[in-house]
Design a binder for this molecule. Structure first.
Ligand SMILES: Cc1ncc(COP(=O)(O)O)c(C=O)c1O
Length: 447
């Protein structure tokens, strides 16, 4: 009887076996995976041990035959690595390799290599969070008696460490206003200044730092490092090292990861010496990334260019809509000709990214009504994911819990300011959503 193709239920068991054996895909040399104990390890065989030991000690090593390489790097969960000899321990410490995951991990190295290629640096390192990257950099390159010049506002965690933590270690700071000409940094340099820190575009007010000028200033000074937090742009839109900056920093939680499903940070260095100094601090302070997050990050980075293009084109449309809206006092988006550093942004950014700062009329109340009435855009901190988010810095990320009102207001974080992270949705849907939420702000609140 002729069998219908694909119908196997009527096949006799033996027919199936003969199909498998005669199939071109499987040779007679192809056997089920076996543990090292089944094969015998240095004369030790599975029969020499009890099932208790088999459960803990069985391992599978690569099959014989030609070696292939996984297209997507595997997640190396292993905290430790089996050595061939005692001497290999020191050899690996000297020459590189893997012995303990805090000191080095293949999945993490895979993402470091990709980030470094995007940044055009001499080496990258990945951290458990953006703040882990920032704090490790500050502790590594500054010591008691040193001075740092930082822009204000900056990310509130950076502000916190500079204002509340570094002074406990005898490190002083001076703030310059975000968006100021680089010359302002020069004016505040003292004999003990060891670091110039810039964030661009700045969180939350989208002011821009001139990277070329910042790099030039850094290069003109001895023993002063420049570091730039370029999180709001991503390395795709704004590679930093080529401007002569010593260290590029990103919270990978944002655009690099891109899907709001991991927390991570990275640093990229302009020289191998800086990388080597930092890896010592990173391994000893224990701030490296989890390999599982490294794998998610690798996956996110693959679509970074197309995401950044969509974030940017969406944000441009939304910023243009907001700028014309009567309930919006001011819009800060580097892609708008009205942005005070628009020309600098054009010079150093491929596109203008997805972050918008908008000052809503009606102060705290106006801002709050907007963020609490959006329906598609989500009220949430963080940014850089595929979904649009909105927050109110004066009461949330840059609120009284984190910074003084004086520092907040002097940094231009006004009461009605909202920060919007534009996602990759349809821009017209986003505009409709913002329009209906703005409609909910009563005229008497606007004043
Ligand atoms: C500009 C900027 N830098 C650094 C950080 C800190 O990153 P993380 O939250 O991953 O520690 C953030 C977080 O929002 C940020 O916006």
């Amino acid at each position: 009887m002729k069998r219908a193709p694909g119908v196997v239920s009527n096949l006799h068991k033996l027919d199936l076996i003969s199909i498998v054996i005669s199939s071109k895909c499987y040779s007679k040399k192809w056997f089920p995976p076996q543990s090292d104990l089944e094969k015998g390890v240095n004369g030790l065989h599975i029969n020499d041990v009890t099932p208790d030991t088999v459960a803990t000690s069985s391992r599978f090593s690569s099959p014989p035959g030609p070696k292939t390489e996984a297209l997507v790097p595997p997640i190396y969960h292993s905290s430790t690595y089996k050595l061939q000899s005692v001497d290999d321990y020191l050899k690996i410490l000297e020459e590189g390799g893997y012995i303990y995951s805090r000191l080095g991990n293949f999945t993490n190295d895979s993402v470091c290599a990709v980030i470094n290629s995007l940044e055009g640096g001499k080496g990258s390192l990945v951290f458990s969070t953006g703040m882990a990257a920032i704090s490790t950099a500050l502790l590594c390159f500054l010591k008691s008696g040193d001075h740092i010049v930082v822009n204000n506002p900056c990310y509130s965690g950076t502000y916190d460490i500079v204002v509340n933590i570094l002074p406990r270690y005898g490190i002083e700071h001076t703030f310059v206003t975000t968006g100021c000409p680089v010359e302002e940094y020069r004016k505040h340099i003292k004999p003990n200044t060891r670091m110039l820190y810039g964030e661009t575009p700045c969180n939350p007010n989208m002011a821009i730092l001139d990277l070329e000028e910042f790099g030039k200033l850094g290069r003109s000074l001895d023993n002063v490092l420049t570091i730039v937090d370029s999180t709001f742009a991503s390395p795709y839109l704004q590679p930093v090292i080529k401007h002569g900056i010593d260290i590029s920093m990103h919270s990978c939680t944002k655009y690099l990861g891109g899907h709001s499903d991991l927390v991570a940070g990275c640093l990229t260095f302009a020289s191998v010496d800086l990388w080597k100094t930092m890896i010592h601090y990173q391994t000893t302070l224990g701030t490296s990334m989890s390999p599982h997050d490294a794998s998610l990050l690798l996956r996110g980075i693959k679509t970074l260019p197309i995401r950044m293009e969509k974030h940017s084109s969406n944000a441009q449309k939304v910023a243009e809509f907001l700028e014309k809206h009567p309930k919006v006092q001011k819009v800060m988006y580097p892609g708008l000709p009205s942005h005070p550093q628009h020309q600098i942004a054009r010079k150093q950014m491929k596109m203008f990214s997805g972050m918008i700062a908008a000052e809503i009329r009606g102060g705290v109340q106006g801002g709050k009504i907007l963020v609490e009435n959006v329906r598609l855009v989500q009220l949430a901190v963080s940014l850089g994911g595929v979904e649009s988010l909105i927050e109110h810095p004066a009461t949330m990320t840059h609120g009284p819990m984190l910074m003084t009102s004086e520092d907040r207001l002097s940094g231009g974080i006004t009461d009605g300011l909202v920060r919007i992270s534009i996602g990759i949705e349809d821009p017209d849907d986003l505009i409709k959503d913002l329009q209906q939420a703005l409609d909910k702000i009563p005229e008497n609140v606007i004043g």
